[in-house]
Design a protein around this ligand. Structure first.
Ligand code: CMC
Length: 436
């Protein structure tokens, strides 16, 4: 019973004070109302009706999803219900990829089949190399990746059949399989090195490291610690629910574009420094700070609002990003093999200050996934331009899972937000000679 003595109902009462009319809208899932239920609220019968205004979607759910759950206040991240800590500790990237894409952990047979298919689709059409060769020697690896993934759509025109689940699965396998190849080719192009083709007997990350770093030897085998560290980083980056790039994938996909074109769009979103480009921005920031002595001046400019402390803050996490804690631990293992990264001391000092200072504490600014990942990538020998690419490879899995879910969701239609028009009203055209 509510305070007034009536039985509680799962509804929200709204009084429109313009008309004095009362409305009752259903509350779903404990705290959700349907924006469309507001449309009935109108002054005149021919009014458009009420709508909500939510720039940057800060308080709007665009979908129901079963892929990834985040509790930002508690720092919880789960893929299909499995805590990220358990997957990071016990799983492999391809097993997690299967989980994210298919909804369940695979049996051994299912996993073997999936790994086999991914392994046997790693080759890219030779004309992709011609495309790569058209880029300048210093082209950013992410620009090359975006273009080559978009170009793949022209090699697989049947990918347009987005309503055929079997066809979708083939394209998903192709994308998961070819991303490391394209990424390695982008890196080799940048370095002016000959391309190294995939080797089927290697693991997903082992093969990737081989295509990246084999020079002058017939056989290159990555250090198992580095192979595992990269696999772990891939697990941590596999999905992150309705972020900017996943939303891009869903929006482009909602127009029924093929998955290669849609994924190129998601990668473009990820490239931005506020999203997946942040790991690169963190490294550039740490390099610019250069020494612990320069930290106070840098932090002062952040407090004055002139700069952002890259790798800190998150729209959803208002606690320590669980991925950042796992990466921080893994960093030490990589540093043991590769030697320390001198920028780590600056990073640790920045974190120490930020976790104590009022500016950051008040705004719940904690390290996010990008704060420490760049330090590991750099220790492993990756140039900063490769950092967002290293994010895009595993996130391909999440984008594709989100895309599939959107296509299967009967409630989804072409994405098309409303606007509040605040421009000029109607006015008559003025010929150019009469304009002042
Ligand atoms: N450094 C300094 N101040 C910050 C930062 C930061 N990194 N992030 C947020 N703030 C301040 C911001 O100025 C604002 O202050 P005020 O209320 O005084 O105006 C307040 O905190 C809220 O910020 P916001 O921009 O409204 O928060 P948001 O949810 O829109 O933005 C964010 C989230 C991730 C874009 C932002 O925190 C940011 O720019 N961080 C740095 C870039 C970064 O590390 N991005 C990676 C995100 S995690 C991985 C991924 O998504 O790819």
């Amino acid at each position: 019973m509510s305070e007034s003595g009536t039985s509680p109902r799962n509804t929200l009462s709204i009084r429109d004070n313009r008309t004095g009319r009362d409305y009752e809208v259903e509350i779903q899932e404990g705290n959700v109302i349907r924006a469309m239920d507001l449309r009935q609220i109108r002054v005149q019968d021919d009014d458009f009706g009420m709508m909500s205004y939510d720039p940057a979607f800060g308080n709007t759910a665009s979908t129901r999803s079963t892929v990834t759950e985040i509790d930002g206040a508690k720092g919880i991240l789960r893929y299909r219900g499995y805590p990220i800590e358990q997957l990071a500790e016990q799983s492999t990237f391809l097993e997690v990829a299967y989980l994210v894409l298919r909804g369940e952990l695979p049996t051994q047979d299912e996993l073997d089949e999936f790994v086999h298919h991914v392994t046997y689709h790693t080759y890219a059409h030779e004309n992709i190399i011609k495309l790569l060769n058209g880029f300048r020697y210093d082209a950013h690896a992410m620009g090359i990746m975006i273009s080559s993934v978009a170009a793949l759509s022209t090699f697989y025109p049947e990918a347009k059949e987005v309503h055929d689940p079997e066809n979708r699965w083939i394209q998903i396998i192709r994308l998961v399989a070819k991303m490391p190849t394209l990424a390695a080719f982008a890196y080799r192009h940048h370095r002016g090195l000959p391309y190294v083709y995939p080797e089927n007997e290697l693991s997903y990350t082992g093969n990737f490291l081989n295509m990246l770093f084999r020079i002058g030897v017939k056989e290159y085998r990555a250090n198992p610690v580095l192979e595992r560290a990269l696999d772990l980083l891939f697990i941590l980056h596999a999905d992150h629910e309705q972020n900017c790039s996943a939303t891009t994938m869903r929006v482009i996909g909602s127009a029924h574009a093929d998955p290669f074109s849609a994924l190129a769009g998601s990668m473009a979103a990820l490239y931005g420094p506020l999203h997946g480009g942040a790991n690169e921005a963190v490294l550039r920031m740490l390099t610019e700070i250069g020494s612990k002595d320069n930290i106070p001046e840098f932090m002062e400019s952040v407090r004055r609002g002139e700069r952002r402390l890259m790798g800190f803050g998150h729209r959803v996490y208002k606690a320590y990003d669980p991925r950042a804690s796992i990466i921080k631990k893994a960093a030490h293992e990589v540093f043991e093999v590769m030697g320390g990264n001198p920028l780590l001391d600056i990073a640790l000092e920045l974190e120490k200050i930020a976790l104590q200072e009022e500016y950051f504490v008040q705004r719940n600014l904690y390290p996010n996934v990008d704060f420490y990942s760049g330090l590991i990538y750099q220790a492993m020998g990756f140039p900063v331009e490769m950092f967002p690419v290293l994010f895009a490879i595993p996130r391909t899995v999440g984008w594709l899972a989100q895309w599939e879910e959107m296509l299967e969701d009967k409630e989804q239609r072409i994405a098309r937000p409303r606007q509040i028009y605040v421009g000029e009203g109607e006015r008559a055209y003025v010929p150019v000679e009469e304009r002042s």
